[in-house]
Structure formats: structure tokens, C-alpha cells
Design a protein around this ligand. Structure first.
Ligand code: MIG
Length: 818
């Protein structure tokens, strides 16, 4: 296409300064010639109703408004009156949304579609669409009628939507953008890109999550622009009073998601796009990676060092050098003469092995993967039918078309050899897709797109997602329904259903530690909660302090993996000398102590659709200053952290949300709803536990499952008031939880100045092996005189460290402490 028409340089909504009166309507019925003139919706002339959808027309273009639920309403535009097929890779298949009820009415100027909480209004005169709450407050409104341009080069349209923006409005979401949490004042583009050593504000990056949340006057809503083409978002950058989003093709199709709480908007976004499945427990332990550990002796040595130094670790990764000439699904037998033996020895020592698989398949007639792909026509082709070829690690390659379900099935079966060798997890890289030299595929490459067909313009942003989907499905079958572990670099909205993600090739700088802190919070509210950074920085050299501070942040990252490029110095937790090793060890141990808590947080994500990391803006959106806070975040509901991201930092100001908080390391009590200055010695970081919580802890293990849990430690943090906590447990690696074979224990903690009660009930059918809780009571403000569990009196014990605890039968219903 003509590169001279640089859409990103265009004004998105060239309405001028003026009001709608100045909009130039160019809905010319005889206009059949190519034009880049913008056309706007005209006057609404009629509508039809079709179940929960309404189709309005201006005589030529149509707009469909469909009520998905009381809180979710979809808007679609068909410039010529014909909608594209109603298909989406982002929306989960078993969507079961339904409005409780809705009504439709018409006034002189408007049409109104009302649900129990939201009202969608369409202005007859100019086709402006707006959303209000039940009280009539406008939440989100078109600034201009939806508009489009015919594309001279490929057919179809560039489609645009422009919304009013409030003076105080802040914006969140959009996946992995490396910028401030509040997106206001910036313009972004989504085009999955391999961005080695990316910088602050660099855009686009690896992922496309066209979902944002707006917050104004304490009221949040969401917009999910489900379009796989290159999409753009302008958050009041071009003009301070408007926000636009547009795409270089496909349909203007977006979901309005009602709030008013940001947390609820995020949950509803998950209702559409799904949540993460429960990861295998080992996947949330500590992982050690490197480009690359080879040969075998090197892998064994690293593993050995972990055990020798007693630093917990659950997984070790093999990057591309394990392959034979970078041919996927093969082994370099010189480096790894007996992979099966190596992997089983590692497994016996508590290590899972995760291997990399890229999409590029070497053009080599003697290589079975290439031959099968070629014979079955599984590789992508150019517009005029030549194979799409490009250079990546193996040399000249062809690339599977993962948008074809047959290709995905085939690709899934290719993992058989690796699974038979004992490989436990798969790492999909280079799936933006990345091609040396030219960056990615040319636009004319054709894709099957589930039979709907499309060029690479349409399939680019979902290529990586479909690759990891096929990896996930394949592993699930091959590992006989054990939970797969997959990780992908490229993603589109909804990828959480198949994979975890990492943020790609970052740099070992303090600035990048901060970027990671922003990216993970953003990914988390964008549906991709199971996310992590390359701890320590992929390229460049961290010093011991940066590495250690990053490790501390890593403990509170949903995915915790150290990774680094091949040309850097060693990056194992002991590589920076004994002082740093001791601190890293202590923090990795904290990760392992908190495993049952972290696992419960993953359950809350899976089942209740809650993001794992929670920016302060999400926790307390009603305070305007909170919309600018970036460094503190909730790690699940009960823990709040603020990583140290500057060298030599002695202390930092930390905002604690409303409530009572306990400093994790010494249980000092803090009052929330305000800032505190917290000391930040190198071996500590600001970590706080919410008063009223019940936090389960495991003893430190060298890997998950190393020890049987014969009593479960529960730390109960006193606070005035009534609080809910849960503890989730299950088999840790099967899908039995989908049949209710899990145990979700609920604790209702009620604290008063002279008493503390804990009421327990359980959901699910899983029965753990342990019978008792070892309960520690934190922050109780009175002298305990009596502990009563369902009528029997219990006594306090003292542990090896001199701390008091009480043993309680796990079946207890009510514990009363006075
Ligand atoms: O062109 O497999 O982001 O994690 O170590 C580089 C080698 C390819 C990029 C990934 C990185 C990985 C590296 N890969």
C-alpha cells in the first residue's frame, strides 16, 4: 500500500475546532471511485429490531447495537449496510451473556436502548451514539458520528470512532505499552512487533490489546475495540477534548462496558475474553532461564548449584540452541546426546524443563516438519500463491498458517517427541511474527482465518495468539489433560485463555525495572494477568543491586523468571556475590512461602475474573490523585507492594489504601488512606498485608511439591471490622478443578478491640492431606485470655522461633478469641 498515506500522521477526526454543524457529509450514493475522503454517518432514517440487537440505518450505512448483558453493549458499523461475518478470535466461545431485561423507546430526537444499569442513546439527526447510566449521567459519548474512508489499495475501509473526553478523564489498559499508567495525552498503535531493547514510550511493542478503561468523576467504563488490523488509539493527544480509535481495515466494532467500578469493568472484559486457566503449581514458582544453557553439562551444573545453595527453583529453560540447526522439534545431539535422560534426572531433582519453539520452519527437504507442512500446504502463501519465505534463526524458513484449525491441530501434534522426552512447558517466541530484515510478513500474505480468509493485514496481530493456542491445545492432549504451561511473546486480546506472557527483550537498567512495573500492572488490567518481565533485564549488564531489586519485584510478579541474552555475564542468583545471593535467596523463599496465597490469587483470577496486579487507580478510583499513582500495586487482594526502583534508595513514600496494614517483615501496623515513608534497606522492600486477611503460607521448599503439607500455616491479621479471605487448594496439575474437585476455604474475620472471630466454610470437593491449621495471630490489640473453636478450648503453643500459634482442626466452623 502507498506508504505516503501515513495514517498515523493523520488527524483522526478532522472536525476542526467546531461543532457538529461543520461536519461535511459526503455520503454520496454514486461514489464508487477510490477516495480517501472521510465519510460520516448521516441522519438515522429507520431501524429494525432483531432479538437483542437493533439495526439503524442512514439509508446506506448501518449500525448494529446489540445488548450482550446489562453492562455490555456492542456497536458495529457497516459502511455499505452489509456487516462482516460475526466472528472474533478474542471473544471466548462459550459466551453465555444475556441481559436480564432491556427496553427500547423513541423520542422526537433519539432512540434509547435501556438495560437495568445503562442507556444507549442514538441521536436521530446526526447518528451520535452515547452511553449513560440509569440516572442519566453521560458516561461515554460520540464526539463525531462514526466515520470511514474507502481504501484505494485493498478494498474495505479505514474505520474511525471519536469520543468526547472529560477534563479530568484518565485512561488505562492497552496491554504492554511501555509508558505511564495513565495513557492520556498519547497516541498508540497496535501492530505486534519484535522490539529488542525497546525504550520508554516506544510503540508498538509485542502485543495488541485494544481495550481501554476511562475514568472520569470517579466513574469508570471500558471500550474494547475488537479489530485485528493495525489499530490506533488517541487519548486526547491531538485534541484535549476527544479520544479516537481507528483501524486500517475490518469493522468498526466495539463493546461498551459499563462500570462504574474499574474492577467491574475489568471483570466484564474478562466475561467477554475469558480468564487464565489454573496454571500448574510449579509454573508459579521461580524459573531460571538463559539464552542459552547448553550443552547438557551446563544445564546440569546450573540445576546442581540451585540445590547446593538451597535456592528454590522449579523450572529451567532451554532456548533455541538445544535444537539441531534451529529446527523446531529436534535436538542438537552433540549438546544433548540423551535429552530424555537429562530431563528425567532434572525432574528427579525437582526441575521442570521448558523449551522454546519458534514459528519459522527451516526450508529443508530432509526435515520432516518441513516436508509435512509442505505436502499438506500448511505454510502461509503470498498474494499470488508463492510461499511466504523469510529468514529467521534456522535460515530460510516458511511459516505455518495458525489461523487454519487443521494447521493448529497438526502443530499441536508436533510436540509429541518433546513431551515424550519429558518436556513440561513450551515457550513460543518470534510469533509477532518476526522475520529478520523485513520485520514481519508482507501485507499480501494470505491467511485462512477460520475460513473467512484475510491478508496479513488482518491476521498479523492474532498470528502469535493462534500459535500459542495450538501449542496449548496440543500439549493438553499430549500431556493427558495435565495443565499445560505455555508462554508467548506476541498476543492479542483473549490470549489469556491459552498462555502466560512475558514483556520481551528489555534492558538491564533501572528505567526498565520501572517500565516493567508499569507494563505488568497494565497487562493485568488488560486481561493478561499471568505476566512477567525478564528479571534482571534481557540485554545489558545489571549490577548486584539492580538484579536484586528486580528479583524483589519478581517475587510479586505473577510470572517469575530470570532471563538474559547470550552475550551477557552470568545471571544466576549467586552470580553477583554472596551478599546479593543471600538477599535473592531470602526473597525467592518468600515467593515459596506465599505460594498458596499466590495460587489462591490465580484462582480468583480464573474464577472471579479479578486481575492479579491491581493498580491503585483500580483499588481506589474515587480519589483523583490515585489515578496518577504508579508504583504501589495490590498483589491479589491482601498484599500491597511498592518495589524499589532507584539505586541507593534508602526509603520511599508509599501510599496505602484505606484500612489497616501490616509491614510484612515485622508486623508494624500502618493506617491506610495515606502515604507513609518506608525504609528500604537492601534486604527489604515495602510489602504490606491488609488487616483482616488470612494469608496461608507453606514452609520453604526447594521446588513445589517437595514436601507434604501436614499442617497448613495461616496468618490471621487483626483489624477492626469484617473481612473476607479465601484459601484455594487442589491437585495442582489436573483439570479436576473444572469438576469442582478443589477446596475453596472462606474465612470471615471479624475484629474488635477486645475480640477476634474467624468463621470458616468451604466450597468444592477436594480434601487435602493435612488435618490442622497452624494459626498465627498478628496485631491482636488485647491480651488473649481464651481461644474457643466450636465450643472447645484451645491453648497457645510456641514454635522454634519463639512465636506463639494455635493449632486448630481444619474443619472448624467458628473460632473465637477474647
Ligand atoms: O532473536 O531465542 O525475546 O527471550 O532469548 C531473538 C533467543 C530471539 C527473543 C526472545 C528472547 C530469546 C531470544 N529470542
Amino acid at each position: 500500500m502507498a506508504e505516503s498515506i501515513k495514517k498515523e500522521d493523520f488527524a483522526t477526526d478532522l472536525l476542526g475546532e467546531e461543532s457538529l454543524d461543520n461536519i461535511h457529509h459526503v455520503n454520496n450514493p454514486v461514489l464508487d471511485v477510490p477516495t480517501i475522503e472521510k465519510k460520516y454517518l448521516g441522519k438515522v432514517v429507520s431501524y429494525v429490531k432483531d432479538q437483542s440487537a437493533f439495526i439503524f440505518t442512514d439509508g446506506k450505512a448501518s449500525v448494529e447495537i446489540k445488548v450482550f448483558s446489562d453492562e455490555i453493549i456492542r456497536v458495529r458499523l457497516a459502511p455499505q449496510g452489509t456487516f462482516l461475518d460475526d466472528f472474533s478470535y478474542a471473544i471466548k466461545k462459550d459466551l453465555d451473556l444475556r441481559p436480564t431485561s432491556f427496553s427500547f423507546d423513541e423520542t422526537v430526537d433519539t432512540y434509547c436502548i435501556r438495560t437495568s444499569v445503562a442507556v444507549c442513546k442514538i441521536q436521530k439527526e446526526n447518528f451520535l451514539v452515547s452511553f449513560e447510566d440509569a440516572e442519566g449521567a453521560v458516561i461515554n459519548a460520540d464526539r463525531a458520528p462514526m466515520h470511514w474512508e474507502e481504501s484505494p489499495d485493498f478494498g474495505g475501509y479505514y474505520v474511525y470512532c471519536t469520543k468526547e473526553t472529560q477534563a479530568d478523564e484518565a485512561f488505562f489498559g492497552l496491554g504492554d505499552k511501555s509508558t505511564n499508567l495513565n495513557l492520556r495525552g498519547r497516541r498508540f498503535r497496535n501492530w505486534n512487533s519484535d522490539t529488542y531493547g525497546f525504550g520508554f514510550n516506544q510503540d508498538p511493542l509485542y502485543k495488541t490489546i485494544p481495550f481501554y478503561i476511562g475514568v472520569s468523576s470517579g466513574h469508570a467504563y471500558g471500550i474494547f475495540f475488537d479489530n485485528t488490523f493495525k489499530t490506533f488509539f488517541d487519548f486526547a493527544a491531538e485534541k484535549n477534548d476527544r479520544t479516537s480509535y481507528w483501524s486500517e481495515g475490518g469493522e468498526m466494532q466495539y463493546y461498551y462496558i459499563h462500570g462504574p467500578l474499574m474492577m467491574d469493568v475489568v471483570k466484564r472484559y474478562h466475561e467477554l475474553t475469558g480468564t487464565h486457566y489454573m496454571p500448574p503449581l510449579w509454573a508459579i514458582g521461580y524459573h531460571q532461564c538463559r539464552w542459552s544453557y547448553y550443552p547438557e553439562a551446563n544445564v546440569r551444573e546450573v540445576a546442581q548449584q540451585f540445590r547446593k545453595r538451597e535456592i528454590p527453583c522449579d523450572a529451567i529453560y532451554l532456548d533455541i540452541d538445544y535444537m539441531d540447526g534451529y529446527r523446531c522439534f529436534t535436538w542438537n545431539k552433540r549438546y544433548f546426546p540423551d535429552p530424555k535422560k537429562m530431563i528425567s534426572d532434572l525432574a528427579a531433582n525437582g526441575f521442570k524443563t521448558v523449551v522454546m519453539i519458534d514459528p519459522g520452519i527451516k526450508v529443508d527437504e530432509d526435515y520432516w516438519v518441513f516436508k509435512e507442512g509442505k505436502e499438506n500446504k500448511y505454510f502461509c502463501r503470498r498474494g499470488d500463491d508463492y510461499f511466504m519465505e523469510g529468514y529467521v534463526w534456522p535460515g530460510r524458513c516458511q511459516f505455518p498458517d495458525y489461523t487454519n484449525p487443521k494447521v493448529r491441530d497438526w502443530w499441536g501434534t508436533l510436540y509429541k517427541g518433546l513431551v515424550d522426552d519429558g518436556v513440561a512447558g513450551v515457550w513460543n517466541d518470534m510469533n509477532e511474527p518476526a522475520v529478520f530484515g523485513r520485520g514481519t510478513f508482507p501485507d499480501d500474505v494470505r491467511h485462512y482465518f477460520e475460513g473467512l480468509r484475510g491478508s496479513h493485514r488482518k491476521a498479523h496481530n492474532i498470528y502469535g495468539m493462534q500459535m500459542v493456542r495450538s501449542t496449548y491445545d496440543g500439549l493438553k492432549k499430549l500431556q493427558r489433560n495435565k495443565r499445560p504451561f505455555t508462554i508467548t511473546r506476541a498476543a492479542y486480546a483473549g490470549t489469556q485463555r491459552y498462555s502466560s506472557v512475558w514483556t520481551g527483550d528489555n534492558i538491564a537498567t533501572w528505567e526498565h525495572l520501572r517500565i516493567g512495573l508499569l507494563q505488568l500492572q497494565r497487562l493485568s488490567v488488560s486481561g493478561l494477568s499471568f505476566c512477567g518481565t525478564d528479571i534482571g533485564g534481557f540485554t545489558g549488564e545489571p549490577n548486584g543491586e539492580l538484579y536484586t531489586r528486580w528479583m524483589q519485584f519478581g517475587v510479586f510478579s505473577p510470572f517469575m523468571r530470570v532471563h538474559s541474552a547470550g552475550d551477557t555475564r552470568d545471571r544466576e542468583p549467586w552470580s553477583f556475590g554472596p551478599e546479593w545471593e543471600a538477599i535473592c535467596k531470602k526473597f525467592i523463599e518468600i515467593r515459596y512461602k506465599l505460594l498458596p496465597y499466590i495460587y489462591t490469587v490465580f484462582w480468583r483470577q480464573h474464577k472471579y475474573k479479578e486481575p492479579i496486579l491491581r493498580p491503585i487507580s483500580l483499588l481506589e478510583q474515587h480519589k483523583p490523585e490515585n489515578l496518577q499513582r504508579e508504583e504501589e500495586f495490590g498483589f491479589g487482594h491482601h498484599i500491597l507492594v511498592s518495589p524499589v526502583i532507584h539505586p541507593g534508595q534508602q526509603s520511599k513514600i508509599v501510599y496505602l489504601p484505606e484500612g489497616t496494614w501490616y509491614y510484612y517483615f515485622d508486623h508494624t501496623k500502618y493506617l491506610g488512606g495515606q502515604e507513609h515513608q518506608i525504609d528500604t534497606p537492601l534486604d527489604k522492600m515495602p510489602v504490606f498485608v491488609r488487616g483482616g486477611s488470612v494469608i496461608p503460607e507453606y514452609p520453604v521448599m526447594q521446588y513445589t511439591g517437595e514436601k507434604n503439607i501436614d499442617t497448613l500455616q495461616l496468618n490471621v491479621y487483626w483489624a477492626e471490622g469484617r473481612y473476607d479471605s479465601e484459601v484455594y487448594l487442589d491437585y495442582g496439575d489436573t483439570f479436576a478443578y473444572e469438576q469442582s474437585v478443589y477446596s475453596e476455604k472462606h474465612f470471615i474475620v471479624e475484629g474488635k478491640q477486645d475480640s477476634l472471630t474467624v468463621v470458616q466454610y468451604q466450597e468444592g470437593m477436594y480434601n487435602e492431606r493435612f488435618d490442622t491449621y497452624k494459626m498465627y495471630l498478628v496485631g491482636v490489640p488485647f491480651t488473649i485470655s481464651r481461644i474457643d473453636a466450636d465450643g472447645s478450648i484451645l491453648t497457645m503453643n510456641t514454635d522454634d522461633q519463639g512465636q506463639s500459634y494455635v493449632s486448630v482442626e481444619k474443619e472448624f466452623r467458628k473460632l473465637t478469641i477474647i
